[in-house]
Design a protein around this ligand. Sequence first.
Ligand code: ZN
Length: 225
Amino acid sequence: MIQKLNIVNGVLQDKFIDGIPVKVQIVEPKGKLNVRTLIKMTEIIGVTNHNTGNPSPTAGDERHAKWLQNVEYADKEYVSAHLFVDEDSITQCVPLDEVCFHAGDGKGAGNRKTIAIEICENRNVDKAIENAKKLNAALILTYPRLVIYKHQDWSGKHCPRVLLSRGIWDLFVRDIRKLVEQTKQPDPFEADRIWAMENGISDGSDPGRPVLRKELWAMLHRMSK
Ligand SMILES: [Zn+2]
């Protein structure tokens, strides 16, 4: 289940979000502020979702964090994002309460008031999208009233391009809301399911399926041991 995040000075303290490893690689500000604006957000109103647009197999979250540091050093372009997520981890690059350049709306609310998530498209995009749903849900549980945005909402850009071209943006948002609800209204049978699994009585699968007589015999037999 997704839990509320532990954040200190805008930096994630959690080592995992629902089993997904969280890495922190905050970009060091240098020269012109190309990535790190050092401007505190006055308020955080939402999460803006992007796709990286880079299908190269090595273009995961760690590689993007290194790239952002190079952008900060190079003093050429202005681009940033708080979080990158791929198939197997999440990397934070900028404190969550700092203004980033990602929404293409200049001094608008997209850049100034939303947390940017870049969904990588390097390897297993489906898994990266599932991980992004969990990351969005964790942020919403942490900062109540956050709205789920897509880059396109701010500047019209066709981004997040994978979600938009597959026509799954609405499903993405619905799944995030479901994850948030699951934490807010936990399943009353969850503790029983875990107990049955831990005691070798049931594997805990198919919680909504009716039980067969032979399965009931097996469970009672296992309990008697
Ligand atoms: Zn974008």
